[in-house]
Design a protein around this ligand. Structure first.
Ligand code: FBP
Length: 613
């Protein structure tokens, strides 16, 4: 083939195209080359009088962040609370104060990738400048324990500005929990003469950061530990002080594009119901954002299902009812959004999972030694409550297997591997066939039944549900960051670097007021901690921020959903924009919940090219 092309009459032109293809290999697509050059805004608190980037100074405010059960938490983190308390800090420009020099700050990624991680490194590098050293820790907290660390040079930073992924450093999900692990962390810090450690992660990773900060302070090691809020799930947030974590905006824009395309395809082909499971682990924030952007026929919100105590059968009834009513209006297609963590919120399932977690924790060793999932199932069933055992036995074998599977290092059920969308499809098919066979049980004027004419019932009997299932998750985590995430992460890097250089410890860098210049804050990590059951035991962890049913974003969905269910009024937001009027959008849930005047213009300071001196 190659020789045929080369011998073509247009040889010169063909060679040109060939060399173009090899030049654009790897991370050098024409779009990426353009995105690398995009300017990133910098808040004035990080700018010196001469316009160069300088560390900001963090001052105490009168805003406090107090966790639930503060007194108990204070016993777990006495050192951190003694030095930092619960007061929030705010960044101000340092003016022309003396430059900090000779400091060594290391950074690691932790947990799942999220768009913008590389700009955090760019921000750290920019604020540390030539006079301090930035080091990278390979493969997450595990790398910190192993001491897998290297010096990051400026050239490398240039190559990753505005680029997606976590591949520059790598990541993992190691939970630092044993005395031996903490001792090894201390060795890494001491051996590498670290003055600062920046942990880029979600709730579990920032829990690690809080415990490391406390440990190092107790051991008298002067290394500041700073967290950065990362996760596509959006659950690492603190209301008005930190409306969202980085990565959420990019991921939801990608999912909204894809779901928007599916709504368009459903209305074009007029034959499928698309069941789309959306990542997000426990919180349904991603599902809510995508629903607001695309207007699907149904979006299940786990937090509402838990609040209403809706068993699986009621969820199935709810979906089937909408499918029937749409059919009466001549609509036999649509898109149904299912949050990844749904199973954990269905009351009977959540009881089963809690029960399983207890038994799995109690018999951890015995279960680990069993050769197959089947053996594990046989071992577990008699040890569960009779209700749980019955439910477990009634579930499809694949789902049973997923529930038995090992938890991650932090004790989370691996919900990304549970095919909830398929479970729902199976149950819905069964319910539809029941409805066709026993129409009088399901249709009629009585409460809870579907009101339909005899003709509609006859027509309903002809429904043949055609479904497609999808899982959108991993494809949203490593994309090039949206303009919002690129700006957000660069400034989080500047903030974390400033905090580390000034020796503050046990804080998380945060930004709020995305619509009016951005306010740069430092939140005490201990103010975010709560007690939670993990692997059947109570543990102190950073509290997940879930969808609140009284929030304006949920209300906006609840007010519109009946219309979206009964009509085909979807919207298709299209691909992420890097230029032009729609490139400056903020997530809808942020704009709604924080009462911004619109979604369209984030403002995070002066527009300035990233300059790494
Ligand atoms: P983080 O909270 O670590 O950012 O992870 C987010 C996430 O993408 C979840 O939405 C998902 O449940 C999980 O990671 C999947 O984990 P894994 O990459 O281990 O399959």
């Amino acid at each position: 083939m190659l020789s045929r092309i080369l011998s073509s009459t247009n040889e010169g032109k063909t060679m040109d195209l060939f060399s173009k293809v090899s030049r654009t290999a790897g991370k050098h697509s024409p779009l990426e080359e353009e995105v690398r050059k995009l300017p990133v805004p910098v808040s004035s608190v990080f700018l010196g009088k001469d316009g160069t980037i300088r560390p900001a100074v963090f001052r105490q405010t009168d805003m406090t962040l107090l966790c639930k059960g503060h007194d108990r938490i204070a016993q777990v983190f006495p050192k951190t609370i003694e030095t930092g308390g619960s007061l929030i800090l705010e960044a101000v420009a340092s003016g022309e104060s003396e430059r900090v020099t000779g400091k060594r700050v290391a950074v690691l990624f932790s947990g799942g990738p999220a768009a913008g991680g590389h700009n955090v490194l760019a921000g750290l590098s920019a604020v540390l400048g030539k006079d301090n050293t930035l080091l990278g820790i390979r493969k997450g907290p595990g790398g910190l324990v192993r001491g897998d660390i290297f010096e990051i040079d400026r050239e490398s930073i240039h190559s990753i500005v505005n680029m997606g992924g976590f591949d520059f450093l790598g990541t993992d999900r190691t939970k630092i929990k044993t005395a031996e692990q903490f001792e090894k962390v201390k060795q890494t810090v001491v051996n590498n003469r670290l003055d600062g450690l920046v942990v880029v992660g979600g709730d579990d990773s920032n829990t690690n950061a809080a415990f490391i900060a406390e440990y190092l302070a107790t051991e008298g090691v002067g290394c500041s530990v700073i967290g950065i809020p990362k996760t596509i799930d959006g659950d690492m947030a603190a209301g008005k002080y930190l409306p969202i974590s980085f990565g959420f905006d990019t991921a939801t824009k990608i999912y909204s594009e894809l779901v928007g395309n599916l709504t368009q395809d459903a209305a074009s082909a007029v034959k499928y119901y698309h069941f789309v499971k959306l990542m997000g682990r426990t919180a349904s924030k991603i599902t809510l954002e995508v629903a607001l952007q695309t207007k699907p026929a149904i979006a299940l919100i786990s937090e509402e299902i838990a609040e209403k105590n809706m068993p699986l059968d009621s969820i199935v009834d709810h979906i089937v009812r909408i499918i029937a009513l749409r059919r009466f209006r001549g609509i036999n297609h649509g898109v149904i959004l299912v949050p990844e963590g749904l199973v954990e919120f269905i009351p009977e399932m959540s009881r089963l999972i809690a029960d399983l977690n207890k038994v799995l924790a109690e018999y951890e060793r015995d279960i680990a030694d069993l050769p197959s999932v089947e053996h594990k199932r046989e071992f577990l069933l008699p040890r569960l409550t009779s209700q749980s055992a019955q439910l477990m036995a009634s579930l499809p074998p694949a789902l049973q297997e997923m529930l038995i599977l090992d938890r991650d290092d932090h004790g989370n059920v691996k919900v990304s591997q549970i095919e909830t969308e398929k479970l729902l499809i199976e149950k819905i098919r069964y319910r539809l066939s029941e409805m066709k066979r026993h129409t009088d049980r399901f249709f009629g004027k009585e409460d809870g039944k579907i009101d339909a004419t005899p003709e509609q019932i006859e027509d309903f009997k002809k429904v043949a549900l055609s479904t497609q299932s999808h899982f959108l998750g991993y494809e949203g985590r490593s994309s090039k960051p949206s303009r919002f995430d690129a700006a957000f992460t660069f400034q989080l890097g500047l903030a974390a670097g400033s905090l580390a250089l000034s020796g503050k410890t046990g804080y998380m860098a945060a930004i709020t007021d995305f619509h009016k210049g951005g306010r740069i804050l430092a939140l005490p990590l201990t103010g975010l901690v709560t007690a939670e059951m993990r692997k059947g035991k109570e543990e102190f962890v950073i509290e997940k921020s879930l969808v609140e049913l009284f929030s304006p974003s949920f209300k906006a969905y609840a007010l519109n959903r009946d219309k979206w269910a009964m009509e085909d009024c979807f919207s298709s937001p299209g691909a992420i924009q890097y230029w032009g009027p729609t490139s400056r959008q903020v997530p809808m849930i942020v704009a709604l919940d924080q009462d911004y005047p619109d979604f369209d213009t984030f403002d995070l300071g002066e527009e300035k090219q990233v300059v790494i001196e």
